[in-house]
Design a protein around this ligand. Structure first.
Ligand code: Z3R
Length: 327
């Protein structure tokens, strides 16, 4: 009888009931080739599967995360952060529709979009038009502005985290997960964590970083859309730092006060001169002078001098964006 069931057993059956209810709600889709599950992507926190909500028929993206088995349940901080994310709604942020958790396991159910920006750029051989680059950049700034105004930082903006639907609407995935789920456990993912979109303050070991980290990410994604090539594709943290310095020039304490006190800064770093955006592939032709002026503010070395997403939206580069088919 339920009222005489020992506590541990009662808890177990409650978990099993929740698992059964969740399993009855969704159907995992199979890959077109072979009989494995349909994997949309493998990211920092785990795999993303394509599934169907059996009640609504809607396709969803299920992010399944394995948590450290030694930890008891899902940490309360993660639950609080995820509750905040579930309450967020913006046309340029992927909607978190459902959450399922049990000890050692966390599944987040998101709205489904057809492809990510990396795949979209590849499909076009890296040749996006100036108008579509601007349209995507505008939507990216809108989504980032919304999250920053809710005090949520992404920390891992990259083309794989930007999803595009068939109407070329862009939505940001994984906002807020960095704070909700602390360190990804390397044994659970074979994916190499990319450092290409990391800002110099993090690469140089700053223990304090904030909202400007996402602005640097926008500053890497915008020229990547323009040229079809990642801007700072280093194979390690220091290689990425040097790739940044080679293009933007080695920074000085004058333009970035406190630079030489950062833990991983070395006065022996080579001193490169800034190349100028006009000498970096076809960036200038694709973005025009107003785009370059904005790009310079996205990639300011001193995080304090980096433009905010809110101010970026008011920049001349975006003055002619067609806002009628947004949102
Ligand atoms: C939420 C979180 C991560 C992802 C979501 C939703 N959707 C993803 S990744 C996705 C990836 C593709 S399509 C949808 S892909 O086929 O372009 N890699």
């Amino acid at each position: 009888m339920a009222d005489s069931m020992p506590m541990a057993e009662a808890a177990l059956s409650s978990f099993d009931e929740q698992q059964l209810a969740f399993d009855g709600k969704y159907e995992w889709l199979r890959a077109a080739t072979g009989d494995g599950p349909y994997i949309l992507g493998e990211g920092t926190y785990g795999k993303v599967y394509k599934a169907r909500n059996l009640r609504t028929g809607e396709i969803v993206a299920m992010k399944q995360m394995k948590l450290d088995a030694e930890e008891e349940g899902v940490p309360s901080t993660a639950i609080r952060e995820i509750a905040v994310l579930k309450g967020l709604s913006h046309p340029n942020v992927v909607c978190l529709q459902d959450v399922f958790c049990r000890p050692g396991k966390l599944i987040l159910v998101f709205e489904f979009l057809e492809q990510d920006l990396k795949k979209h750029m590849r499909a076009l051989n890296g040749r996006l038009t100036p108008a579509s680059i601007k349209h995507f950049a505008y939507q990216l700034c809108c989504g980032v502005e919304f999250c920053h105004s809710n005090r949520i930082i992404h920390r891992d903006l990259k083309p794989q985290n930007l999803l595009i639907d068939n109407h070329l609407r862009l939505k940001i995935a994984d906002f807020g997960l960095a704070r909700a789920i602390s360190i990804p456990v390397p044994k659970y993912t074979h994916e190499v964590v990319t450092v290409w979109y990391r800002p110099p303050e993090i690469l140089l070991g700053s223990p304090l970083y904030s909202i400007p980290v996402d602005i640097w990410g926008i500053g890497c994604i915008l020229p990547e859309m323009a040229t079809g090539c990642p801007l700072f594709a280093g194979d390690s943290e220091i290689d990425t730092v040097f790739k940044i310095f080679q293009k933007l020039g080695t920074p000085t304490d004058a333009e970035w006060p406190g630079l030489s006190e950062l833990p991983d800064f070395k006065p022996t770093f080579p001193k490169w001169r800034a190349k100028g955006w006009e000498n970096i592939r076809n960036t200038a032709a694709q973005l025009g002078p107003e785009g370059i002026a904005l790009l310079e503010q996205f990639t300011a070395y001193d995080p304090k001098n980096r433009i905010s997403a809110r101010r970026a939206l008011l920049e001349p580069y975006f003055a002619d964006v067609d806002r009628s088919n947004l949102a």
